[in-house]
Design a protein around this ligand. Structure first.
Ligand code: AHR
Length: 359
């Protein structure tokens, strides 16, 4: 039995004993106690107070520790907000939030702190895929279920986590590739015309980076005229994206396409392209494709700077809460849950779509 299961069991026993000893004339559902309380005298309400303390304990908040990657992008901010607004006391939760500033060692330390604090669940958005087995074994030994959110891990022991909810990053990379195929066709670009591409990669080793790079490479492999000039990490940040793009523009004077593995790096790349005296977007010299589809990406598409953004949903708070609620009821959950995602480009009614989006 998990620690939380044990504590609920003890609380239930206490409630039963309370009822059997006759205090207050038998067990009542919390709603019943509440309505009796309001019409009883001060003397009687004392024993009601004691009862409500017991029921408060029985329905104690579910404590969730969230080991977040950092605050490197608009997507990440929306993801943090999704957890902070979902895991609130009104919904029955206490959230312990940790921002690891994009460092795996900080996430490992946060998980160890959560174990020490005896949280009920640990949620981990792993900054990179590897290196988690030891600390997740410690969580398992402590009887604390771990839910992976946003990114995957590489492990030979799947029992180290209970469930995973995230985007299908390989599919996202392939969607970007298919989008480019269709776009070039729509521009009547000849099948043998060389298309020079650069990629601003995410944090190397993060499943979002690995999947998007591999997915795009799958489609590049089917297009003999696509030429990947260079790939380099921009760490998923706008400033690093800009810096790397500046260096690409100095090295290559014939870039046709930029694939930025998130919107913020694309924003940095757009600034670098403009500063170099070039243009981008549907009417410009360079086609820019990115991932996430945050609201600022819609603005960049509407402004004509960005061609397309492949959706990656950050709204994992309610999805993880649903998993926890099922686990609380003893139900089984799907081990791997991919979120359905789409893409957006300048051929669409972006103002209208943006108005209906949460991030
Ligand atoms: O793991 C999701 C990625 O992480 C998002 O694309 C990026 O913006 C974030 O930093």
């Amino acid at each position: 039995m998990s620690k939380r299961g044990l504590s609920l069991f003890v609380s239930a026993i206490m409630l039963t004993m309370f009822a059997l000893t006759g205090c207050g004339g038998g067990a009542k559902a919390p709603e019943e106690s509440k309505s009796v309380e309001s019409s009883e005298t001060a003397g009687e309400s004392k024993s009601e107070e004691a009862k409500s303390e017991v029921s408060k304990d029985a329905s104690k908040l579910i404590v969730v520790g969230y080991a977040q990657v950092g605050a490197e992008s608009d997507w990440r901010t929306a993801n943090t907000e999704s957890f902070k607004s979902t895991f609130v006391p009104e919904n029955g939760y206490e959230l312990i939030f940790n921002d690891a500033q994009q460092k795996q060692e900080n996430q490992i330390k946060a998980i160890r702190d959560f174990i020490q604090q005896e949280v009920d669940y640990i949620v981990l958005a792993p900054v990179v895929e590897t290196g988690w087995d030891t600390v997740l074994q410690e969580a398992k030994d402590a009887g604390i279920p771990v839910i992976l959110s946003d990114r995957m891990i590489k492990t030979s022991d799947d029992s180290l986590y209970t469930a995973l909810v995230c985007g299908d990053f390989i599919k996202e990379g392939e969607t970007a590739g298919h989008w480019l195929e269709d776009y070039l066709k729509s521009k009547n670009v000849a099948a043998d015309e060389k298309i020079n591409i650069v990629t601003l990669q995410g944090t190397i080793g993060a499943s979002a980076q690995v999947g998007r790079t591999d997915g795009f490479a799958n489609i590049l492999g089917q297009n003999a005229n696509w030429n990947m000039l260079a790939k380099q990490t921009g760490e998923f940040t706008q400033s690093k994206g800009q810096e790397v793009m500046e260096s690409f523009l100095k090295q290559f004077d014939d870039i046709d396409v930029v694939v930025a593995e998130n919107d913020n790096m694309a924003f940095g790349a757009i600034d670098a392209i403009k500063a170099a005296g070039k243009t981008c977007g549907p009417k410009g010299d360079i086609t820019v494709i990115s991932f996430d589809a945050v609201k600022a990406a819609f603005d960049a598409m509407i402004a004509g700077d960005l061609n397309a953004s492949i959706e990656c949903s950050p709204l994992h708070g309610p999805r993880v809460a649903e998993i926890i609620q099922k686990l609380e009821k003893g139900e089984t959950v799907d081990k791997i849950q991919y979120v359905d995602e789409s893409y957006f480009d300048t051929s669409m009614d972006l103002e209208k779509i943006k108005a209906g989006r949460a991030y």
